[in-house]
Design a protein around this ligand. Structure first.
Ligand SMILES: Cc1cc2nc3c(=O)[nH]c(=O)nc-3n(C[C@H](O)[C@H](O)[C@H](O)COP(=O)(O)O)c2cc1C
Length: 349
């Protein structure tokens, strides 16, 4: 077995086996059914919903329900929930279980003030006992594997990821993912992968001394290329990687990573035709779910990301962010493909 093939492998979470270790992270506002389907078709091993309010689930809010529906062909699927403490946990469970998640993930990383001030998201990093109680209530209430997504701490002076992971694991958590930034960093600065290496070795030692089965540790933070994913796996020895911003407008990152990890082949930059095909696929799925008008609006941010870095991207973006109908998108796609053909014949003539 080459080093490359050893880096890509199945992952066991509780009693569920996920066929690979290249996951799509939860991304509020992005990881809807349509985008998840596109990522799966590009090779993502496992996908997460956008974060869902446990309170909204308990109240059977229709908007909340829509976030928990599986995509077409999405046999394995994680629903991520956020909540301030265990008081809502048991109440949300019957409705949550009706959507048959493969894994339930608890958000301990969201830095958005609206969420943090309720005590949810990264606020839980400040009170690991609350996290412990949430995991315990979930474990007592269902047989589904429970995972937890944390940050390294609240700020640089309170790096308590070991203690937070301990609190979750002692209550029965089956997997830990860490975004290697503090809450106070938000999404800026550089993710500190050395903390991922530390957490992985800490959890391995911890489980070796107990009767707990292997608990996978996943890494998140600054994964913007296949090469970065390989580097994180090699440097930190985490069990798998979770692509977030790196997958927005670039679901091909899954295909490229799979190729790099299994065959050692570096992929060239994705061509325009593949990007347009993926946008068409995504827009069509989104239209099916939300109708043409809303789908076209929601597709704008994705479409802008799909063309980022290409020649003529700035002009095309001006048109894309005004698209109201599928036909509007089609005319931009056709123009982009025509320009590319002309540019190519200019270069080769
Ligand atoms: C727009 C956006 C939305 C996000 N939404 C969620 C979320 O709902 N739940 C969560 O746990 N993390 C969320 N995250 C964090 C990502 O899952 C990921 O951990 C983080 O972006 C670090 O990875 P990156 O540097 O490779 O993007 C979000 C991040 C962004 C940029």
């Amino acid at each position: 077995m080459t080093l490359e093939t050893a880096l890509y492998h199945p992952v066991t979470i509780g009693d569920i086996v996920i066929p690979g270790n290249i996951f799509l992270a939860p991304l509020a506002g992005f990881t809807d059914r349509a985008f998840r389907s596109v990522c799966l078709s590009q090779g993502a091993s496992f996908t997460y919903s956008e974060m869902v309010s446990a309170e909204g689930i308990a109240r059977k809010s229709q908007n909340t329900d829509a976030l928990m529906v599986r995509a077409e062909g999405e046999d394995l699927f994680c629903i991520q929930i956020f909540m301030p403490d265990s008081s809502v946990t048991a109440r949300c469970l019957p409705r949550l279980l009706a959507f048959k998640p493969t894994v339930i993930d608890i958000n301990c990383g969201c830095p958005v003030p609206k969420v943090v001030k309720t005590g949810a998201g990264s606020s839980l990093m400040r009170d690991p006992q609350k996290l412990h109680d949430i995991v315990r209530v979930l474990k007592e209430g269902c047989a589904i594997p429970i995972s937890v997504k944390i940050r390294t701490g609240w700020d640089a002076l309170s790096l308590n990821y070991r203690e937070t992971a301990d609190a979750a694991i002692s209550a029965g958590a089956d997997m830990i993912t860490m975004h290697a930034r503090t809450k106070s960093m938000g999404y800026s600065g550089v993710a500190d992968w050395s903390k991922l290496a530390d957490l992985k070795s800490y959890i391995m030692q911890r489980t070796a001394q107990s009767d707990r089965a292997h608990i996978p540790v996943f890494g998140s933070g600054d994964l913007f290329s296949a090469q970065a994913a390989k580097q994180m796996l090699q440097e930190t020895l985490v069990d798998g990687v979770m692509f977030a911003r790196g997958a927005i407008g670039n679901p091909f990152i899954f295909r490229d990573t799979l190729r790099l990890l299994t065959e050692g082949i570096q992929s060239p930059p994705t061509g325009l035709k593949d990007r347009v095909d993926a946008m068409r696929q995504q827009l069509s799925l989104l239209t099916h779910d939300k109708g043409e008008r809303l789908a076209c609006r929601e597709m704008r941010k994705h479409a802008s990301a799909y063309i980022k870095g290409l020649p003529h991207a700035a002009q095309a973006k001006q048109h894309l962010v005004r698209c109201e109908r599928i036909a509007d998108y089609e005319s931009v796609f056709i123009q982009l493909l025509e320009i590319e053909t002309k540019d190519a014949s200019f270069v080769t003539s």
